[in-house]
Design a protein around this ligand. Sequence first.
Ligand code: PEP
Ligand code: MN
Length: 338
Amino acid sequence: MIIEMSRGATKDQVDHVVERAHSFGFEVQLNLGTEKTVVAILGSDTGKVQTDAFAVLPGVQSVTRVMKPYKLASREFHSKPSKINVSGVEIGGQRVVIMAGPCAVESEKQLMETARAVKECGAAIVRGGAFKPRTSPFSFQGLEEDALKMLVKVKSDFDIPVITEVLDIENVELIAKHADILQVGARNMQNFALLKRLSKLRHPILLKRGLSATIAEWLTAADYLLAEGNRRVILCERGVRTFEDSVRFSLDISSIPVIKRFSHLPIIVDPSHAAGHFAYVPSIAKAAIAAGADGLLIEVHPNPQEALIDGLQSLTIPDFKRLMTELRTIAEAVGRVI
Ligand code: PEP
Ligand code: MN
């Protein structure tokens, strides 16, 4: 339930609404806008209380039931698009933010070479997996803490923020100390215990869409991240599983306008994990920007043939450079810059 206070409602009136919500056993979250206050009533059973219980209180302008399962990620709660600052890089503004780098950090040389090149080509953030979610426990699992140290070296040598995936609660603190953005992978989108832990942080979190998650489920998962006041949540479309098997996943391009319509959160697109093949990455990347994505997450490797993971879908450095030139043209055509 969303309660919009009248312009000029007093603090006592807002407190009264909050007390009434608590008396029903609900949690609340306040959005103290410059013009008016919005109170979100949180709880899975708000349906049991009449909207009139709040509508009659002094200073309340309107009470709206939120039929959708998500609240904090919705436009009803926050009408303007959120812009998220990641160590000086704004996500959700006019600039399309390109994040690029290897699937996994494999060595200092591989990471530094890729980071230098992608930055020169115009990437604003470097990606690199330290802890890898693998289908098989016998596959390469990542260089873990050593990789985090290498990512810190990227930050200091190239003055560029870094993003890396957090797989479990155990490593949240460690990763938060090293990375600028913590990535929640597709396989963890509904790991609610992890989401709750991340909600306590104030670090930017990138939430990937689950392999078979609906948009509503994805936004409801985002609510977990927002529930304890972390406002810096970025969504990432990376394709969903369908009957089509010529690509690794089917990129749902329509989720971009749907998210823009129903949520204030920025959305970026990962064309690499959707495509599964380097040949398809440029088309998907260009389509994503044309459709309004706020950024891209692209896998780049200096020598994809030697990559320990996801070599087939990784762009070479010259391919990435060429793509960046094309992306600038598309961005300009839709009123954005890179
Ligand atoms: C990744 O970005 O490294 C990754 C594993 O992606 P996803 O969670 O989308 O499969
Ligand atoms: Mn990968």
